[in-house]
Design a protein around this ligand. Sequence first.
Ligand code: ADP
Ligand code: MG
Ligand code: MG
Length: 438
Amino acid sequence: MLNKTKQNKNIKLDSLMPLVTYAPFTLFPTPVPKEDFFQAVAVQTHYNTLVDKISRDPEFLQDALASTITVDDFTAKLFKIHEQILKEGRSQSIVLGLNRSDYMLDQREDGMSSLKQIEINTFAASFGGLSSRTPDVHRHILKVAGRLEESQRIMDNNPAAGLAAAVAKAWELYGSERVKRKIKPNFFCLCSRNISTIRKRFEDVWKTGSLDQDKRLFVNGQEVAVVYFRNGYMPQNYVSEQAWDARLLMERSLAVKCPDISTHLAGTKKVQQVLTRPGVLERFFPDQPQVVEQIRATFTGLYTLDMGPEGDKTVAMALASPDRFVLKPQREGGGNNIYGSEICQVLERLKESTERMAYILMDKIHPSPAHNFLLTQGTPLQISNCLSELGVFGAYVRQGEDMVQNECVGHLLRTKSSNHPDGGVAAGVAVLDNPLLV
Ligand code: ADP
Ligand code: MG
Ligand code: MG
């Protein structure tokens, strides 16, 4: 990886050294019980369906987020876009969903582990690319260490291919719809050989983007079939009102959005909490009790902080034993959660204020630690007590009522020192790993 801020065309090779680094990884793969691993894989297509169903249920999203959007400006701004799209009517019936459901294996009293969801990311779920490369790294290390049998047990993993295939499918459907409408008959034939991609900032889209009378999106004069948002999940990503205007422009367009605004909202932590309320999963799967059971089995306790007796109870519970919980705002990207005594500080300050509704409370999950070496540039090599988080990638494409594709496309294992409560590779805490099924 090159440090972008220091790029210089005349760099000599030896001066590159401090600028080039590697993605951090564990020296050895981490043992993961196969029952837990396959449970996470098996539930993924149901999570895909659930996210998709939530995104198509404006009444549910309105009810679930009503309290949050009165106090959380960022979620409120997203919600406003969502409302505008509903008012105008969605222009595109093709939906592309790429997500990653994250879990930790909670250590139970009987000595077994239990797969518990940390969160689901419906926006820019990352490491599909790098986790396609890590199996070979661990295979090699284990071989060198003389652990041949284990080396052969490292599973293949290629989320990047599965995610890209779903993007390609959405692109193809966009093209074939266009052919049907006879707007430009050659479009599909020409592009199917080579999907071209462009990477733009919100500001660029604001400057050079436009919609034609059919709401087709053009950026720099090129028609866009699929918008994949790599950015836009944090308030800091919207540096100006122009960035918000650009998001709205893309949302209104005929381009397939990944995610569209309602799928973005379906991935909020408030929605995650509301899903654990009695009867909510049944709303989405009325005739599939086994699906409800499969999803619900991965839930841990999540509690509302809305105003009222239920929220008051949550406050009292958290203040009484803060170490049992994690306090979460509606934010993404790692480093935003609140733990331990800080939970008391925040809740003492906010407990009488509606501002507490910007958060949810969650049971802390306690995975069993394992020893490993975390290889991060610039840190001395030492054995650490580590905790791991398993992510499973989902990809789906829907066209109108037809779920064209719904798959689990790979996994990710991230490991961090148990000294850090919060994780995240981008946040500089967790490193890439591979599960070694046991
Ligand atoms: P983000 O969207 O910022 O990634 P997460 O909900 O994934 O937010 O939380 C960030 C990190 O905090 C996780 O990767 C995990 O390490 C830790 N964490 C979050 N929730 C829990 C929990 N309930 N129990 C234990 N650790 C948690
Ligand atoms: Mg997240
Ligand atoms: Mg996370």
